[in-house]
Design a protein around this ligand. Sequence first.
Ligand code: PLP
Length: 380
Amino acid sequence: VPTFLLDPAVCFLNHGSFGAATAELLDAQDALRRRIEREPVDFLARQLPGLLDGARGRVAAFLGARSEELAFVRNATTGVNAVLGSLELRPGDELLTTDHRYQAVRNAMERVARRAGARVVEAAVPFPLQGEDEIVDAVAAAFSERTRLLVVDWITSPTALILPVQRLVELARSRGVPVLVDGAHAPGQVAVDLARLGADFFTGNLHKWLCAPRGSAVLAVAPEWVSRIHHPVTSHGYGAGLHGELDWVGSDDPSPWLCAPLALDLHEALGGAALREANHRLVAEGRQVLAEALGVDLPHPDDPTLYGSMATVPLPGGFGPATPAAALELNRRLFALHRVEVPAICWGGRLWVRISGFAAYNRPSDYARLAEALRALREG
Ligand SMILES: Cc1ncc(COP(=O)(O)O)c(C=O)c1O
C-alpha cells in the first residue's frame, strides 16, 4: 500500500496541479541520490547513459512510443518550449491553439511568434458543451493557409476537458499542419498510445498523474523531427538529435527520470486502468454533489470521454466578481479557513472550481467537505 505524505488535516482536491509522490518513491529517489554521491563522476559520466536508456525504454513502452523518438525533459513546459523553439517560422505564419490552453504554453507560443513576426490564433471552443463535435468544429474553423502548428491539450487545465486529440491530430494532418499534443495531464489519467495517436509532437508529465518525483516528464517526436529538435538550453549535444539534445542540458539531478519506472510500477500496483476508472468515478460523483449543493448546472454531460480524473464546476453568484484576483482569494480562503485545497479559476467570464480525484487517498466525503466550505464562504 503506497504511503502518500499528504497532511491528513487537509482535504486535498488538487492532484492536478503538481501531483503528489509517495514515501516509497521518495525513499527510492533518496537512495539513488546517495548512490550518485558515492562517486558522482562515475555515475553521471559513465553509468547514467545506460540507466537512462533503461528508464526511457520502460516509459516509452508504457506510452506506446519508440525509445528513439522519446526523451526525458523536466516538465511539459520544457517539452513545449523545445518544440516551439525548433520551428522555423516566417512573418505572417500562424500558431493555432484553443482558448482552453495553459497560459504558460500560450506565453511560449507568443514569444516564438513575436520573434518571427508570426502570430498566435486561438480557436474558441464552447464551454459548456454537449460533445466532442463542437470541439473539432471550433478547431477546424480556425485553420488558415498560414497555420504552421496546431497545439492542443489532451486534457485542458482551466476546464479539465479531455479533447478528442485523435480527431484533432487527423484534422491537422489532413491539412498538412504538424501537431503538438500538450499531454501535461495525460499519462496516468487517460490511456496513452502515442503510435496510434500519430502526433508530430507529444509532451507529458510523469509527475502529475503517475506520481513520479517532480521534474519527470517526456517529449516524444515523430521520426522526421528526431534530428531537428533542440532543447531550449543549448549544451554538449547541440545538433546531436533528440537524445543528444535532451539527455544532458548541464549538470543536473537525473533521479526524477530514473525513478519513472518505479512510478509506473506504483500506477500498475494501484490498478492501472482500474485506478483511472476509480479516479473518474470519484470525480463524477463529486461534481454531482457540488452541483446539487451549489444549485448550478454542470458544463457537460456525464461522459467519460469528456473528462477523467478532474472536473470543473461553475460557482453561483456570491463569491465575488469573475476576476483572477477573486479566484485566487477564494482559493486562499478555502485553504486558510477550511483546509480545503482546490483551484478556483476565472475562465470564460465566471468563477469555477476544478476538482481532482485520486482513489488512493480521496474519499467521496472530500467533495461534501468542499461543498460545505463553499457554502460557508458564500456571501448572503
Ligand atoms: C495543459 C498544461 N500544459 C502544461 C502544463 C505545465 O506543466 P509543468 O508545470 O509540469 O511544466 C500544465 C500544468 O498544469 C498544463 O495543465
